[in-house]
Write a protein that binds this ligand. Structure first.
Ligand SMILES: Cc1cc2nc3c(=O)[nH]c(=O)nc-3n(C[C@H](O)[C@H](O)[C@H](O)COP(=O)(O)O)c2cc1C
Length: 135
């Protein structure tokens, strides 16, 4: 398993509707191909985690990086994973669009930590989830 996480800035030209459509089609496509992870959007910023085989993730990420709908891509991690986070979470690609969904993901991280199942990638992601995204 392989995973990439990043934050980026949405293009100013995008409407809320276009962002919503892009997120829904990403969710649909990823679930069709068995790519797991999450996508969150708030105040013009994206946070995305992609989890899958190295080939799948690298090919998708190359496409995403070339997408003019966002810029200022900052990688949080880009790594092989021994214990995939989202496979454990619910084994699908998640759009995080409500504070409830964000809270349940944070709760999952907390539980993982308590049981000593936390991996380094999850640790690197945690501060970004703690940002003022959906409050
Ligand atoms: C912030 C952001 C995240 C994206 N995430 C995904 C994604 O998870 N899965 C996906 O298939 N496309 C995603 N896309 C869209 C891809 O960049 C690309 O437009 C899409 O995969 C269609 O590519 P194709 O028609 O050239 O194959 C994302 C785009 C942006 C701007």
């Amino acid at each position: 398993m392989y995973s990439i996480a990043y934050i980026s800035r949405a293009s100013e030209a995008l409407t809320d509707y276009e962002i919503h459509e892009m997120m829904l089609s990403s969710e649909r496509r990823n679930n069709l191909f068995g790519i797991k992870g999450m996508l969150l959007f708030k105040d013009g910023n994206f946070l995305q985690v992609l989890e899958g085989t190295q080939k799948q993730i690298q090919e998708l990420y190359d496409k995403i990086c070339a997408d003019s709908r966002h810029s200022n891509i900052y990688e949080i991690f880009h790594t092989e994973l021994r214990s995939p986070i989202f496979k454990e979470y619910n084994s699908k690609f998640n759009l995080i669009t409500s504070s409830f969904e964000l809270a349940s993901l944070k709760m999952f991280f907390k539980r993982q930590k308590r049981y000593g199942a936390f991996n380094t990638s999850a640790e690197e992601l945690e501060p970004f989830l703690g940002m003022n995204w959906l409050t």
